[in-house]
Design a protein around this ligand. Structure first.
Ligand code: RTP
Ligand code: MG
Length: 139
């Protein structure tokens, strides 16, 4: 089934000039770019985006990290793209993310207050609908 997902190149990825590499992998897999925009998050927007994590020990450092620079917000479309992009991204911890994935190839664990892992991808159709509404209200 054709669906849409919300992808973010997080501030670490933008700073390291990996936005193009992430877009290249999305397109090379055969997904279609529907929207791409460099944006600055706000605490309010992140509280919505990361609602499931509000109150967790890593929430405050996660917000600081996500406010540390611009993010590239992307909507991509394709057959099972939600699951497919999570697979392209690799698991949360970049040290153990499989080689061949974005996180496995391009990120490593740093001695930092929160994991920095280059990308975000929606984890379900409900999350995708909600997150696309947050980042691209006009879509
Ligand atoms: P994402 O939402 O960014 O696509 O990542 P995910 O599903 O793989 O991971 P999730 O559990 O949703 O966590 C969101 C982001 O919070 C940071 N995090 N740090 N223990 C920690 O230091 C920790 N746990 C989570 C990561 O940046 C993770 O991607
Ligand atoms: Mg998540």
């Amino acid at each position: 089934m054709t669906e849409r997902t919300l992808i973010l190149v997080k501030p670490d990825g933008v700073k390291r000039a990996l936005s193009g590499e992430v877009l290249r992998r999305i397109e090379a897999k055969g997904y279609t770019l529907v929207a791409v925009e460099l944006k600055h998050a706000t605490p309010e927007l992140l509280a919505e985006h990361y609602a499931e994590h509000v109150g967790k020990p890593f929430y405050a450092p996660l917000v600081d990290f996500m406010l540390s620079g611009p993010v590239l917000a992307v909507v991509a479309e394709g057959e099972r793209v939600i699951e497919g992009f999570r697979s392209l991204a690799g698991t949360t911890d970049p040290t153990t993310a499989a080689p061949g994935t974005i996180r496995g190839d391009l990120a490593r664990t740093w001695d930092l207050p929160v994991i920095q892992n280059i990308v975000h991808g929606s984890d379900s159709p409900e999350s995708a609908d909600r997150e696309i509404g947050i980042w691209f209200p006009a879509l």
